[in-house]
Design a protein around this ligand. Structure first.
Ligand code: M6R
Length: 369
């Protein structure tokens, strides 16, 4: 059952290192190549693709947004991500050269199912990324890559999300492998890092006590904003969604670069703003830009809650609260950066007396359009 935890959500958050490791199991061979036999779409079809379209809802949609960065960077195939509920109603351009990826924990989400049916009617191949064996979405798809998160009971998705990310990275790397794009040192290194990443998730879980204390101290707030850029932007959206679902608070995620185009007007004295900071290594230009964003909002009174890599000293002077995460390659950072946001939302919900596993008005799987 709950294995000694008060809520399924806490249990499922704690299970994430294992869920991530299980989803990688058997999919990376000893030579560091990917063996995704489940992806029953022929290598020649994969080589002929001219675009990838991802459809999903809610948290799975956020996984899709992150996948876009990975797919385009590693494979150079254009990738679109769309809310499944919007997809078929706008007459999307699809054909046999489009690969549609449907991401769904339950495999029963009606919006996602209708989107994939529409894609198949247009002659596109559909690959499902799904956590529930034998559910409708994988049954109606051309191929399926299962996430091995195990049953997720809490309405708020946590371990399924991390495993969706892993599956998306695997698909992106596999496409790169099959098509021979950018296949070299970078990809080999990423695969090695991916195979060690569950240890980093474990490390984050061991340092969550200050995040819980911070969450409790914010229980009477009305609004929390979340900022990120690059793959940190979908992480910000996910942090905001978790807080809405669980704490019933006004929470919004923004791309940090958009601040000056409007959202900065929302900043006022003592407003909590969570900022997901990209690694200072790699795309360091983004790091510098986000450090200026943190300075800008702090100068306007925001209470800055900064999620930054260990060893990133540049952010420290502007962080009212600093949450450290292990260093990872840029594209993999969401696997560690999301975890504190899950813990934050869960603890805030508890502090506000909310029902964590069964938030009001929500169902675990949404089987109506
Ligand atoms: O089962 P699915 O992954 O298709 O579900 C999609 C969304 O309904 C789901 O992620 C929802 O947003 C969660 N409650 C998020 O925590």
């Amino acid at each position: 059952e709950k294995g000694g935890y008060d809520y399924f959500m806490l249990k499922e958050i704690a299970e994430q290192p294992k869920a991530v490791a299980d989803t990688l199991l058997g999919r990376i061979d000893a030579g560091g190549s990917l063996t995704l036999d489940e992806v029953r779409i022929s290598a020649s079809e994969l080589r002929e693709l001219d675009k990838v379209v991802i459809v999903a809802c809610g948290t799975a949609f956020h996984a899709g947004l992150i996948a876009k960065y990975a797919i385009e960077h590693w494979t150079r195939i254009p990738c679109e991500v769309e809310l499944a509920s919007e997809f078929r109603y706008r007459d999307p351009i699809l054909d046999a050269q489009s690969l549609v990826i449907a991401i769904s924990q339950s495999g029963e989400t009606m919006d996602t199912l209708m989107a994939l049916r529409h894609a198949r009617e247009q002659g596109s191949k559909v690959l499902a990324i799904c956590n529930t064996n034998g559910s409708t979405i994988p049954r109606e798809s051309d191929a399926v890559l299962y996430t091995h998160a195990g049953p997720e009971v809490a309405v708020a998705s946590t371990k399924a999300f991390l495993t969706q990310l892993v599956a998306c990275y695997l698909v992106a790397l596999y496409l790169g492998q099959v098509r021979g794009t950018k296949w070299g040192d970078e990809i080999g290194a990423v695969i090695r890092d991916l195979s060690r990443i569950s240890g980093a998730v474990e490390q984050v879980l061991e340092t969550m006590e200050p995040v819980r204390a911070l969450a409790r101290s914010l229980a009477d707030k009305k609004t929390v904003l979340f900022l990120g850029r690059h793959v940190g932007y979908p992480v910000a959206l996910e942090g905001a969604l978790k807080l809405k679902e669980l704490a019933y608070m006004h929470a919004e995620g923004f791309a940090a670069g958009e601040l000056k185009h409007g959202p900065i007007a929302l900043i006022e004295e003592d407003l909590p703003v969570v900022v997901v900071v990209p690694s200072p290594r790699g795309r360091s230009i983004l790091h510098d830009k986000i450090v200026s964003n943190i300075q800008e909002i702090r100068a306007r009174g925001a209470r800055t809650i900064v999620i930054a890599e260990e060893g990133d000293e540049a952010v420290a002077p502007y962080a009212d609260h600093l949450i450290r995460i292990p260093a990872t390659p840029t594209l993999l950072q969401p696997l560690v950066a999301t975890v504190p946001l899950q813990v934050f939302a869960c603890e805030l919900a508890t502090a506000r007396g909310n029902e964590v596993d069964q938030p009001r008005n929500l169902a675990k799987s949404v089987t109506v359009e």
